[in-house]
Design a protein around this ligand. Structure first.
Ligand code: SF4
Length: 241
């Protein structure tokens, strides 16, 4: 009779096993992993449709090692807030205090964000706050393109699960990640965009406001548009000062 019958499933597992072994050897030698296009990365990293809650997504992410940022983290910072939030803030990535506590926006910039939220007439626990990358970049550098590509499917799934009425991005990195790499924060903030049908308002990052207090006025103008869109009442104008 003919030769050995090869199970196709077994063969595919064998091929992927060899590729994985090759990549792990490269990593052990200090070589960078191959760079994937945004579309390839999206395809490979897409979160399975069966993930139908924020908790299920957090479980799915697990102790993620999909990019090099896992190496320096103390805690993965998934996000926090109400799963029924009408408003989602998206920042760039965890800083030192966020990494230590495992919570987003808990440092000085976070305290400023909390004051902005209160000035909008909301409590922090009523909104949802998360970042583009979930692990702290070393020395608070900007996340690199491949790190953003690796982590972005998690953020997109968070937004898809939350389906907020408004997204407010904080800073250039968050706007670029969600709206496109050419986004120029100084020129293009303060206007409405849409992400999958959800209105999106880009504004400056609170950390930028700490360095440039004069930009608070522009942020307040941006935030007022969100307040108006959501039909909120300003609780304390200018209390973000
Ligand atoms: S930054 Fe995102 S993709 Fe990279 S290791 Fe952390 S959770 Fe995973």
């Amino acid at each position: 009779m003919g030769g050995e019958i090869i199970d196709p499933g077994e063969e595919i597992r064998e091929i992927f096993g060899r590729i994985k072994h090759h990549l792990l050897c490269n990593r052990d030698m200090g070589l960078e992993p191959p760079r994937l296009s945004r579309s390839s990365s999206d395809y490979l990293e897409a979160v399975p449709p069966r993930i139908d809650s924020l908790q299920a997504l957090r479980n799915y992410i697990g102790e993620c090692r999909r990019c090099r940022l896992y190496q320096g983290r103390t805690n993965l910072v998934f996000g926090e807030g109400s799963p029924r939030a009408d408003l989602v803030f998206v920042g760039e990535g965890p800083g030192r205090e966020e990494d230590q506590e495992g919570m987003p926006f808990v440092g000085e910039a976070g305290r400023l964000l909390t004051r902005i939220i209160k000035a909008m007439g909301l409590e922090r626990k009523e909104v949802y706050i998360c970042n583009v990358v979930k692990c702290r970049p070393p020395k608070n550098r900007d996340p690199e393109e491949d790190e953003i590509d690796a982590c972005l499917p998690f953020l997109k799934k968070q937004i898809a699960l939350l389906r907020p009425r408004v997204i407010c991005t904080l800073g250039r990195i968050a706007a670029q990640a969600l709206l496109g790499k050419k986004f120029q924060i100084t020129m293009e903030r303060g206007k409405w965009y849409t992400l999958d049908g959800i209105p999106l308002m880009p504004t400056y990052h609170p950390a930028y406001l700490l360095r440039n207090p004069s930009a608070k006025r522009q942020v307040w103008e941006d935030v007022k548009k969100v307040i108006k869109h959501m039909g909120l009442e300003v609780r304390n104008h200018g209390s973000s000062e």
